[in-house]
Design a protein around this ligand. Structure first.
Ligand code: FAD
Length: 446
């Protein structure tokens, strides 16, 4: 029998890779490899730092909502202090993550892994063999192939921007662009968004994205619709953006936020027989196995049918750990996964998409409600709050929801739980949440 150096080598020390490692630590000889920051995208340059900044700008927005209702004067955001606050958290992530691995006796190495075959990889010049390999290398920000590409920055740079810019541009209008734009504009930065079509947050229901676009426009974000950025150049000390429509000058930074393709550049997948899926990402089957039978892919890098989010990375990592330790032999099953865009207010969605429910009135009942006058939202000055709740016509079971509101991130979790438990509205009759709270409104939402 072939003796490998390790039972399992995991490439990538983000949420997905770590879940595999912790799940196997006690049964297998494992090694986890990270080339950059231990902890990966989410805690270092994604969800967590972004939400620390969001907390600050949301406090300002709430203060604005209470003007002449007991509060006078809106605080200014101190950009440098806000970023230092964020840094106070992110600074300790890599060392804290590594300490956790050490504590759990998990072999871990810093370096860049490259596949040599389906059982071997190169770690900065050292050859390592493994019975199984798990690829958990995440995703990276895409940049358009245009003149001036080298001048473009990404969300990583935005989240490390220690001095306040005067004017910035974002290319793209997905959730990363919208969330960063909201933080910047709330902090007093002039923000332009260049979007190739005429909508933000592709895939989200238009009635909601239109409302959110209106709110963001009122905050001061300047949208350039149907704009393909064709070049970026430096003029004196600022940047100029050229599009198919116009030339706009005077930017301190231009951030590319056009999506996050799988991070596979270093891996040399072909030598190991690992193939990419048609629309990017590593092709995997229902067991998260790649086209090389003993190599698995989890998290953002995998072309699995789930959204690219931290909880999904965790679920996939834990699942593969169970497969590799022989505890499970069934295909992966995803629970109901909610998603929130932190745009001040939040736009949250879960379950059956609204467009699908609208297209099948024979199967679904949709209850749309404007919530602005409701006590909870009136109290917070959230005049635009609204919700759509989708139920199955036959069973009365809740199957989907969209919420645009302050604290939608919490409300959507209740819906996710109800969908996951396949509960009908009746169950709320026996549920006693705190009153008054966002949860206590649920009884009236459908
Ligand atoms: C700005 C931003 C905001 C986000 N906000 C949210 C949010 O609010 N909620 C949410 O759920 N998700 C959010 N996400 C997405 C979330 O961060 C990812 O879904 C999650 O981090 C994926 O985990 P992962 O382990 O698959 O990949 P990652 O966290 O990206 O980890 C992959 C790791 O692999 C390493 N690596 C890559 N190649 C190699 C190699 N060859 N050798 C060794 N190591 C390698 C990388 O350095 C990286 O550390 C956000 C992302 C961004 C960018």
């Amino acid at each position: 029998m072939v003796q490998y150096d390790y039972d399992v080598v995991i490439i990538g020390g983000g949420p997905a890779g770590q879940q595999v490692a912790y799940g196997l630590a006690e049964q297998k000889r494992i090694l986890i490899i990270e080339k950059d920051l231990w902890g990966g995208t989410c805690p270092n340059r994604g969800c967590d730092p972004k939400k620390m900044l969001y907390g600050v700008v949301e406090a300002k927005r709430q203060t604005e909502a209470f003007q002449n209702k007991g509060l006078q004067g809106v605080p200014e955001i101190d950009w440098a202090a806000m970023m230092a606050f964020k840094q106070s958290y992110t600074d300790q992530i890599p060392s804290g993550t590594e300490a956790g691995l050490r504590h759990a006796n998990i072999h871990h190495n810093h370096g860049t892994a490259r596949l040599l075959s389906d059982h071997a990889l190169d770690l900065d010049g050292e050859e390592i063999s493994a019975d199984k390999i798990v690829i958990a290398t995440g995703a990276t920000a895409a940049k358009p192939e245009i003149p001036g590409q080298e001048l473009l920055e990404t969300s990583d740079d935005f989240l490390n921007q220690t001095t306040k810019p005067k004017q910035i541009a974002l290319i793209g209008a997905g959730y990363v662009a919208i969330e960063l734009a909201n933080i910047a504009v709330s902090a007093g930065v002039t923000v332009h968004i260049f979007q190739h079509n005429h909508a933000i947050l592709g895939g989200q229901p238009q009635a909601y994205t239109d409302e959110l676009t209106e709110l963001l426009t009122q905050k001061g974000i300047i949208f350039h619709w149907d704009s393909d950025v064709t070049a970026v150049e430096k003029q004196d000390r600022s940047l100029v953006v050229e599009t198919n429509q116009e030339t706009v000058a005077g930017f301190d930074h231009v951030y590319s936020a056009m999506g996050r393709p799988a991070n596979v550049a270093d891996l040399d997948l072909a030598v190991a027989g690992v193939k990419l899926a048609e629309h990017g990402g590593i092709q995997v089957n229902d067991y998260l196995q790649t086209t090389a039978a003993n190599i698995y892919a989890v998290g953002d890098v995998a072309a699995s049918p789930a959204p690219k989010l931290t909880p999904v990375a965790g679920i996939e990592g834990r699942y593969v750990a169970q497969v590799l330790s022989g505890k499970i032999d069934k295909p992966i099953q995803y629970p109901t996964i909610a998603h929130t865009v932190f745009a001040g207010p939040e736009l949250a969605q879960v379950g059956v998409p609204l467009v699908e429910a609208q297209a099948h009135p024979d199967r679904y009942v949709i209850n749309d409600q404007q919530l602005g006058a409701w006590y909870t939202y009136m109290r917070m000055g959230d005049a635009h709050a609204k919700v759509s709740v989708i139920t199955d016509k036959q069973t009365g079971i809740i199957v989907g929801a969209v919420v645009l509101a302050t604290n939608a991130e919490e409300v959507i979790n209740y819906f996710a739980e109800m969908i996951g438990q396949q509960q009908s509205a009746d169950v709320l009759q026996t549920w006693v949440p705190v009153y008054p709270s966002a949860a206590s409104d649920l009884t009236y939402l459908y």
